[in-house]
Write a protein that binds this ligand. Structure first.
Ligand SMILES: Cc1ncc(COP(=O)(O)O)c(C=O)c1O
Length: 400
């Protein structure tokens, strides 16, 4: 890897200024010193820019649309409040607690989509008390039990397009193997009959086929849209198609990005063909590259041939990358002079899998330094656990 490649992740609002890492003009070393570590910091500018970028791609093509931030990816209250106060983007929730949180932050019911799996009666009771939220039913059982509670309520159907996409197979939510997610085409007649029985018009289709799709997966995305057509042709009341989340980001120096122009073109053609409004509920795409995790170097020690750098936080603070093997970037907040050397970064949890990165090129480090983990804004704090009772961290929203 050349030195230039090492800096591939830099962008105007994230990079080194005089050897010190800045995000949205905030010096992250200074933040680590004042806030302590572990600390997540989120750039409000980047978060905003990410949803604006998607909205503009769709608006430029005349696609009627509405975006919803998938709250499961990050529920830091200041971030949600920031989103709400901008008033441009709703939220997507997947549990009663997330629904109530969204309401506490001030989201209107009409700005909330709810897509849940293995729904309990208790879940449905909460949904029934919120008649204005947009529910997507992902099983026949959900339609029946929701119908018993609120006959006449318009519903969405989460469908299973039998095609998956994402950073890797583990992140595919549909495909050749039958999954728990959504209603299959062969069960559509039963779904329609149940909806009719309870007088519930089906006004929306929903799919979420996986997380982390990039340009090479856009052919599959196109086929998923075609698959949607097979449902739409039988559902005359549908006015909206929710394409879920799953948009991916370039995560490595030589990795792919997502061609948003082609994405927008595909959606424009689809929306025009079926005369539907497009909804999308991205989580990671909006917050992943807006968030960094700051950890302190606790140990620098060579064991046999390996240079280990220990930090004061483990995989329990960012489980996504361990569950799904998604890459992230590790860099120091202050660059020291000296040769890059292969370095293995490990956390403070007594588990063999607590390996942040193996043999990555890093400049010299010393105990007490701070490392910044980039592209970890999604599914970090939200998924974290208190394993080994090391679940403590703080979170900061970076404003101007
Ligand atoms: C139904 C649904 N919508 C949206 C999302 C958000 O996905 P992502 O964060 O990959 O955009 C998920 C994530 O699993 C999901 O299950």
């Amino acid at each position: 890897m050349t030195t230039n490649d090492w800096f591939w992740w830099q962008r105007p609002d994230l990079g080194y200024v005089n050897g010190r890492l800045h995000l949205q003009q905030h010096d992250l070393q200074t933040l680590a010193e004042s806030a302590g570590t572990p600390t997540y910091a989120y750039s409000s500018h980047r978060f905003h820019a990410n949803w604006r970028r998607l909205a503009e791609v769709l608006a430029a093509r005349g696609v009627p649309h509405k975006l919803f931030f998938a709250l499961k990816s990050n529920r830091f209250l200041p971030l949600l409040t920031f989103l709400r106060l901008h008033g441009e983007c709703g939220v997507d929730v997947c549990s009663p607690s997330e629904l109530l949180l969204a309401r506490q932050v001030g989201f209107r019911e009409s700005d909330i989509t709810y897509t849940n799996t293995a729904v309990s009666n208790a879940d449905l009771d909460v949904i029934a008390r919120h008649p204005g939220i947009q529910v997507n039913c992902d099983a026949l059982s959900t339609i029946r039990r929701l119908g018993e509670r609120c006959p006449g309520r318009p519903i969405g159907l989460r469908i299973n397009p039998q095609l998956g996409l994402g950073y890797n197979d583990a992140l595919h939510y549909a495909g050749a193997k039958t999954t728990k997610f959504g209603i299959y085409l062969e069960h559509l007649p039963e779904a329609m009959a149940l909806a009719r029985q309870y007088d519930m018009p089906i006004t929306r289709l929903h799919f979420h086929a996986g997380s982390g799709y990039l340009s090479p997966q856009l052919d599959t995305f196109e086929r998923i849209l075609v698959e949607n057509g097979r449902f739409l042709s039988q559902l005359p009341d549908v006015t909206t198609v929710n394409i879920g989340g799953g948009l991916g980001l370039k995560l490595t120096a030589d990795g792919h990005a997502l061609d948003l122009d082609r994405w927008g073109d595909l959606l424009a053609a689809f929306a025009q063909e079926w005369d539907v409004t497009i909804q999308a509920e991205p989580g990671d795409y909006l917050i992943k590259d807006a968030g960094v995790l700051l950890l302190q170097v606790t140990m620098v020690e060579r064991k046999k041939e390996t240079l280990f750098v220990g930090v004061n936080g483990g995989f329990n603070l960012q489980p996504l990358s361990v569950y799904y093997q998604t890459p992230f970037v590790v860099v120091p907040t202050k660059l020291r002079d000296g040769e890059m050397q292969p370095t293995t970064v490990v956390g403070n949890i007594n588990e063999g899998i607590d390996l942040w990165a193996e043999n990555i090129p890093l400049p010299p480090l010393a105990e007490g330094d701070t490392l910044a983990f980039l592209n970890v804004g999604g599914y970090g704090s939200a998924m974290s656990s208190n394993h080994c009772m090391r679940g403590q961290f703080s979170e900061y929203l970076l404003l101007d």
